[in-house]
Design a protein. Structure first.
Length: 151
């Protein structure tokens, strides 16, 4: 691929875009359904026009329900940022103890983002089936949701 070309992956159903030159891996978690992704390759002017139509910016902070839910062994957590912000995304067990940090105070651009949890702890150990919570902190925004891991 010539270096002046950009390479983007677009998920139009979830309004997600990813520059594969910056982040060369794309993870899909736990879906039995077929997935349609678009690969867009070209110079920056073309990419700007093509990707801009898929890249919506939310007007408010969002933390979507994970999918699939219940899940085994992995799940996707989607969140939206109306502006660039530092993000912390953590998973907690039912006792409130931290299980893993998925996003660790990273500066994220406005738009939609995803994180994958593979049902492992920070120590890379498989966690038990049960109820877990995921919490996002981005600027003054904080929200928590529940998810269920089943074996």
């Amino acid at each position: 691929m010539p270096p002046e070309f950009e390479v983007w992956l677009v998920d139009e159903a979830l309004n997600l875009t990813q520059n594969l030159r910056e982040t060369p891996r794309f993870y899909l978690a736990g879906s039995e359904e077929p997935k349609t992704l678009k690969l867009v390759v070209g110079k920056s002017e073309f990419i700007g026009e093509t990707v801009a139509t898929a890249k919506n910016i939310p007007t408010d902070f969002e933390l979507s329900q994970n999918f699939p839910n219940p899940f085994n062994p992995a799940t996707t957590i989607r969140y939206g940022l109306p502006k660039e912000e530092r993000v912390i995304l953590k998973v907690y067990n039912i006792l409130g103890a931290e299980v893993v940090t998925l996003v660790d105070n990273e500066l994220k651009s406005s738009g939609y983002h995803t994180a994958i949890w593979d049902s492992r702890s920070s120590a890379k150990r498989q966690v038990a089936s049960g109820l877990y919570f995921f919490r996002i902190s981005a600027g003054n925004f904080m929200q928590t949701r529940k998810m269920l891991l089943i074996e």
